[in-house]
Design a binder for this molecule. Structure first.
Ligand code: HAM
Length: 422
């Protein structure tokens, strides 16, 4: 038996309603905030992610699905959306257009991680990116968009954690302070963090190992090393978040796993879904566009993990599973009635009435049982007698009321079906 790849999901109709609910919340909130949808390729040249996301990140070093195609080019299935969006902005000449540029996307992403609850190898993101604005108002706008979106889904127990990791100048001073601090504790760090000490010491701050966590608790804090301008930017963001009534916690351990961030970084954490509790993460990336060959163009964005949001919905959300059967089931007995029923169904569906008839050769009794099972609001029985007399019984399955109708009088059938509260 061939099975789906490890860490991927089949999403069946009952479950996919939750996904549709989330996706329509994305679209609704993006429309409200003036973000337009962008679609882009599932795979890109590998060097886009190596340069954009960063050579030293776990994503690039360990998790990418990279392949050489038949022409010998190295491509990678997108592990995230931001680098691709930045590439598309440059390639399509949007960087020279009116700013700010506000884009959103709903995509699948691929990372070869160890699968567990909330962590998959193919997963889905709703992301939003805003280009061409450096002011803290843009950061606040993006966080407000994410917060509105989470509110729209109605999730409970979500908290916002923010931090500033400074600009390249102040971060390099901070980096030195971190290296100095962690070097003294090097022997106690986990294997991965010992190598992070050389490559990416900020990442030690969000290591999951309890020993590293303990050591990181007393490490120098980013916000104590911010230059004046980064400090003012961060203060400006906090002021604006308070003004729009968004609660937050300053959390100096939020450093994010991708290299393109500068200044603001943030995460929305959901309680009660286990270790993979970050449902949304983002930040500012003022150097990314130039890093991948474009002009100097500031950017800020976030991505929310749709799989994790679906898991969080089990703890409460505004999603209501309104299981609805068809408006009408036409039970047909015999070949002639079946032809008639097929025609009637097609005409009714053109006029917005959801109807079904037998497709698998059930007996009349079995058809009525099936109509009950799929929760049809009305049934209509068509047999030889009905075809001869030109009259049939339309039955309201809830009240038991019967209506004598002509199977050719579609208007009357629709009128009854609609009037009776379908
Ligand atoms: P990220 O933190 O790598 O950021 O991913 C964003 C969100 O995607 C995570 O918070 C999580 O909910 C979800 N996610 C990540 N990996 C997995 C996985 N293996 N399985 C399930 N869900 C996952 C980014 O991707 C950035 N591009 C976000 C961004 C946009 N920053 C600026 N603009």
């Amino acid at each position: 038996m061939i099975q789906k790849p490890r860490g991927t999901l089949d999403i069946l109709p009952g479950e996919s309603k939750k996904w549709q609910f989330i996706e329509s919340a994305c679209r609704k909130v993006c429309k409200k905030h003036g973000f337009g949808e962008i679609r882009f390729p599932t795979f890109e040249e590998t060097q886009l992610f190596a340069r954009g996301v960063g050579d030293t990140t776990d994503v690039v070093q360990k998790e990418m699905y990279t392949f050489t195609d038949r022409d010998g080019t190295s491509y990678t299935l997108r592990p995230e959306g931001t680098a691709s969006v930045a590439r598309a902005v440059i390639e399509n000449g949007l960087a020279g257009g009116t700013m700010p540029l506000k884009l959103f996307y709903i995509i699948n992403c691929f990372r070869h991680e160890r699968p567990q609850a909330g962590r998959y190898r193919e997963f889905y993101q709703f992301g939003a990116e805003l280009f061409g604005a450096t002011s803290p108002s843009a950061d606040a706008k993006l966080i407000l968009l994410a917060s509105d979106f989470l509110k729209e889904i109605g999730l409970k127990n979500i908290s916002l954690h923010i931090n500033s990791i400074g600009c390249p100048e102040c971060r390099s001073v901070y980096r030195d302070a971190l290296v100095k601090y962690f070097s003294q504790k090097k022997e106690d760090l986990c294997q991965t963090c010992r190598s992070r000490l050389e490559t990416n010491p900020l990442r030690i701050l969000d290591c999951k190992s309890p020993i590293c966590k303990g050591i990181a608790a007393d490490a120098p804090k980013t916000i104590d090393y911010l230059c004046q301008s980064c400090k003012e930017h961060f203060d400006g963001l906090k002021e604006r978040l308070s003004e729009v009534g968004i609660d937050y916690t300053v959390d100096c351990n939020i450093v994010r796993g991708l290299d393109y961030y500068s200044r603001t970084v943030f995460e929305f954490i959901s309680e009660g879904i286990g270790a993979q509790s970050t449902v949304c993460g983002g930040g500012r990336y003022d150097g990314l566009v130039s890093q991948i060959g474009g002009p100097e163009l500031a950017g800020i964005g976030f991505a929310a993990g749709i799989n994790r949001l679906v898991l969080s919905m089990e703890n409460g959300s505004s999603f209501k599973d309104e299981e609805e059967g068809p408006d009408l089931y036409i039970a047909a007995i015999g070949e002639k009635a079946s032809v008639k029923a097929n025609g009637l169904c097609a005409k009714l569906s053109d006029l917005g009435i959801v109807s079904e008839t037998d497709l698998v050769g059930r007996s009349l009794k079995a058809q009525m049982k099936y109509a009950n099972k799929i929760d049809a609001a009305f049934t209509l029985i068509l047999g030889d007698g009905e075809l001869q007399t030109g009259r049939a019984q339309l039955r309201n399955m809830k009240t038991g009321d019967q209506f004598d109708v002509s199977p050719d009088d579609i208007e009357s059938i629709i009128k009854i079906v609609k009037r009776e509260g379908v």
